[in-house]
Design a protein around this ligand. Structure first.
Ligand SMILES: Cc1cc2nc3c(=O)[nH]c(=O)nc-3n(C[C@H](O)[C@H](O)[C@H](O)COP(=O)(O)OP(=O)(O)OC[C@H]3O[C@@H](n4cnc5c(N)ncnc54)[C@H](O)[C@@H]3O)c2cc1C
Length: 463
């Protein structure tokens, strides 16, 4: 007699075609995440062609009691797609794109890759401003499900603010059509934003309507060594005032980061000696060049003793070079084990206090531990990776708790943009308001009573 899983696979093959139900060696690339930290063997990976096929997949999974894990580019950093024995649903064939320049919107399938969105928007002299290092792999479903942030949040906000509409296949196979192109819609609860950031635990996103922005005609970028973090923030304020808020990226790279960069990426030549504090700046001007404003602001900052060294990009290649220095962060970070990686959001003026406080407490817990910081300083998001000297679960957790303590004491959040997945479940359980956790559990129970959708992620089990 055939077992239940085999029957499910046969039904899936019948619905989608043999080629679109992957098993065995074909699924290996899906079972291993980008960080190399998470491994799991899915029962199969299915590749539906459209929303109707996603519905049929969900119904088959329900009949045969299979857990479902949606997957996009598999570049998430928190173990969000890792689930032993689940059915992975890859949206990579849902790649339709339709741009409406009149409404500055783009309708996309969940499988469209972020860099393709950038290219298509550029054809119409528009931009989709979300950007981060994995833009060549991350897909719509994934960056919506994680409410990704990236380097341009200081000007344009995170994913949630860039989405107008959404289509979701629910756990019971119904299609929730919220594909609005409207800028305003006050008809009851905000269901769209519930699915953005839900990490696939409430349903499968199949399509979205994205909000586009006018393309800045002029860019001015620089790499700048600053005296300290307060000097960096003074420079940020100065630049915002001088350019009517044209700062698109303001990224912090301290000494340890620049040293790791020169070790791992010697091809990314550094224009000046390594200083304690470096920022990468990019300005985007809609109607006027910003080189002069950048130069003037830097000159004033030099005179105030805030800026110690600077390289202003003279052309697009140099601008791409300073961006590459920042975007190498993930590849530099995940080079050693064990690690305790965190992604905290802080009030802007707390970043300068957070780092020394965390360092002092880390020295008490593990004197030999190294750490690496890189930050989207413009929006207060610090990526802190600690490399402890001992790979013991209790020790790693003590370090994690210490980072949480400092973050919470400074009124920050323990997850700024990467989400919860598996890696931050314990943290969420400790730090999220218990009433908020109960509300999250109630929503999950209402939409997915059988816990089929990406089970075990985001919502910690009750103590
Ligand atoms: C080099 C690098 C740089 C990065 N930089 C940043 C950064 O600056 N800012 C930032 O925010 N993030 C960053 N990230 C992580 C970021 O979250 C992901 O790159 C991206 O948002 C995830 O997209 P993905 O398609 O790869 O999703 P996946 O990794 O495939 O999935 C992520 C989560 O979304 C769920 N999911 C996927 N598709 C769907 C769907 N269709 N419906 C419902 N749920 C779905 C998955 O189940 C999983 O829980 C970076 C990652 C890398 C590797």
């Amino acid at each position: 007699m055939k077992d239940e899983r085999q029957t499910a696979l046969d039904e899936l093959r019948e619905e989608l075609g043999e080629r679109h139900v992957l098993t065995g060696g074909e699924v290996e690339r899906f079972g291993r995440d980008w960080t190399g930290k998470w491994h799991a063997a899915p029962v199969a990976v299915v590749r539906p062609a459209d929303t109707d096929e996603v519905v049929r997949v969900v119904r088959i999974a329900a009949r045969h009691d299979l857990a479902i894990v949606p997957v996009g580019g598999n570049t998430g950093l928190v173990g969000g797609t890792s689930n032993e024995g689940a059915l992975m649903v890859s949206l990579e064939r849902l790649t339709e794109i339709a741009v409406n320049p009149d409404t500055a919107t783009m309708q996309v399938g969940a499988g469209v890759v972020l860099s393709d969105i950038h290219d298509r928007a550029a054809h119409h002299d528009l931009i989709f401003p979300l950007t981060f290092g994995a833009r060549g792999s991350a897909r719509v479903g994934g960056f919506l499900a994680t409410n990704a942030g990236g380097s341009n949040v200081v000007r344009y906000g995170a994913t949630r603010g860039l989405v107008l509409g959404l289509e979701v296949v629910l756990a019971d196979g119904r299609v929730l059509d919220l594909m609005s192109h409207l800028r305003k819609d006050n008809t009851g609860y905000d269901l769209r934003d519930l699915f953005i950031g839900a990490e696939g635990t409430l349903g499968i996103i199949t399509a979205a309507v994205l909000r586009l922005a006018p393309r800045p005609r002029h860019h001015a970028a620089a790499l700048v060594a600053v005296r300290d973090l307060p000097a960096a923030l003074a420079l940020l304020r100065r630049l915002q005032a001088a350019t009517d808020g044209a700062v698109e990226a303001f990224e912090y790279m301290p000494r340890a980061y620049m040293a790791a960069l020169s070790e791992h990426r010697p091809d990314l030549r550094q224009p000046f000696a390594i200083h304690d504090h470096t920022v990468m700046i990019d300005l985007g001007g809609l109607s006027r060049p910003l080189d002069e404003a950048l130069e003037d602001a830097l000159t004033e900052a030099v005179e105030a003793g805030h800026v110690l060294d600077a390289m202003i990009a003279q052309n697009e290649a140099q601008r791409a070079h300073v961006w590459a220095m920042r975007e190498a962060a993930a590849e530099i970070t995940f080079t050693r084990l064990p690690i305790v990686d965190s992604d905290v959001a802080l009030p802007l003026d707390a970043v300068a206090r957070f780092i020394p406080e965390m360092e002092a407490r880390l020295a008490r817990l593990d004197d030999g531990a190294d750490h690496l910081i890189v930050a989207h300083l413009g929006d207060g998001n610090v990526h802190l990776t600690i490399y402890p000297t001992r790979d013991e679960p209790g020790h790693l957790d003590a370090i994690r708790e210490m980072v949480e303590d400092v973050t919470v004491e400074m009124r920050g959040s323990i997850s700024a943009e990467h989400g919860i997945g598996l890696s931050k479940l314990a943290t969420l359980s400790r730090r999220k308001n218990p009433v908020a956790l109960d509300v999250m559990r109630a929503i999950k129970a209402a939409l997915d009573p059988e816990h089929r959708m990406n089970p075990g992620k985001v919502i910690p089990s009750k103590p």
